[in-house]
Write a protein that binds this ligand. Structure first.
Ligand code: F6P
Length: 399
């Protein structure tokens, strides 16, 4: 009998803990094959530093709450593993895998995290370790290759749409209001920004700028001026990853990606300089991905299913694969789960295709058809004294 370790990696989402829940529930059904179910504290760092805790030792109610808890309950990391598989860090990992009799490793993350997963799989193969390594997809950016969509994207999209709709009602209540610049996450991929196109007509943004579209600052200024003159206010949705000349701090995270927030502010300054126009910047920021109140039930349930599927596949002998979602139909919405090779997913970036974009005002119908089923269904939350209940683990380190 072997033990399993679950790793959460990269940026958190509203449903990453639901995949952990699914994996935990499935693994618990097979005590004859999987004994301990360990969580690695702060992603792969827990495996390097020997910081694992036993999920079965946690309060079962806290485990249930994973289904409505955003963030990454195990702790996450953006640490990249070295290219050279002979690097001493891998020996630390192997030592700890052996120490805890690990037979199953699950890495729940996006494209950089699938690189970590792939490296662990290569390591297990190279050293002939009896360990199955599986990827569980996640990222609000929806930029993973091979899968129809990623877990966490749908809830983030639902949060973006609903929050912009609410902001629009605030924006239009004065006779002469402000231009609202709403900044959306997603890095170099515009999936989340594009979601703004699903805001109903009575609050629909005037302008939507994806990083995949050509962005001309002169045209942007002219468009905003025209809208302000016509309506007295405006709603402009911009992706954090828009490319234009600006003064910046050039900070990068440990995966090596530029830290992108500040796009809305930079554009607001440009509007003030060029037009003397005061605008209001709304950074949806973490409320896009840490928002239990706007969870998509579809996303939450798919996240659980994908976690379960990964464990089932590993128990059947699969290794070196990531679970992918294949869409069979949008109306009615039908999908099936399959597996893709990790090396096809690791580090690859899936952007919004041209066929789904129309212009700076509208996305194509194909995009709306793609997104609509993903945001369906609401999750009923449990509250205590008027406050939503969220998981806290004791995390007692296993000796
Ligand atoms: O994980 C993806 C993401 O949410 C991006 O959309 C965003 O650019 C980035 O993470 C922000 O990362 P952090 O929270 O580590 O600053």
């Amino acid at each position: 009998m072997k033990n399993m370790v679950y790793i959460q990696s990269g940026g958190p989402t509203s449903v990453i803990n639901s995949s952990l829940y699914g994996a935990y529930k499935e693994a618990s059904l097979h005590p004859e094959e999987i004994d301990h179910i360990y969580g690695s504290i702060n992603g792969v760092e827990g495996l390097i530093e020997d910081k694992l805790f036993d999920l079965k030792a946690e309060d079962p109610h806290q485990v249930e709450l994973l289904k409505q808890t955003p963030g990454a309950a195990l702790g996450t990391t953006r640490r990249k593993l070295p290219k050279d598989i002979d690097d001493p860090i891998y020996m630390e990992i192997v030592k700890n895998l052996k120490k805890h009799n690990i037979g199953y490793v699950f890495v729940n993350g996006g494209n950089d995290s699938m690189d970590t997963c792939n490296k662990l799989s290569i390591l297990a193969n190279k050293l002939n370790l009896d360990i199955r390594v599986m990827g569980v997809p996640k990222t609000i950016d929806n930029d993973l290759a091979c899968t129809d969509h990623t877990l966490g994207f749908s809830s983030a999209a639902k949060a973006v749409i609903n929050q912009i709709y609410a902001v629009s009602k605030d924006a239009l209540c004065y006779k002469v209001g402000k231009t609202h610049i709403i900044e959306v996450m997603g890095r170099n991929a515009g999936w989340l920004t594009a979601a703004a196109d699903l805001v109903p007509e009575d609050g629909h943004p005037d302008l939507i700028y994806l990083p995949e579209m050509k962005f001309d600052i002169e045209e942007f200024v002219k468009e905003v001026e025209k809208i302000h003159q016509e309506k007295g206010y405006g709603i402009v949705v911009v992706s954090e990853g828009l490319q234009f000349e600006r003064q910046g701090k050039n900070e990068v995270d440990s995966f090596g990606h530029a830290q992108l927030s500040g796009t809305g502010l930079a554009l607001s300054e440009i509007l003030e300089q060029r037009l003397g126009l005061k605008s209001r910047v709304v950074e949806l920021s973490i409320l896009q991905r840490a928002n239990p109140f706007l969870l998509s039930l579809t996303d939450r349930d798919e996240a659980i299913d994908v976690g379960r599927f990964a464990v089932k596949a590993a128990l059947e002998g699969t290794t070196g694969k990531m679970v992918i979602i294949k869409r069979l139909s949008s109306t009615p919405y039908v999908t099936k789960l399959e597996l893709a090779n990790l090396d096809l997913v690791a580090n690859a970036e899936q952007k919004v295709p041209e066929s789904m974009m129309l212009n700076h005002h509208r996305m194509a119908d194909s995009f709306r058809e793609y997104l609509r089923p993903l945001i369906q269904g609401n999750v009923e939350l449990s509250y205590k004294d008027g406050i939503v209940e969220l998981t806290t683990f004791k995390k007692e380190i296993v000796k």
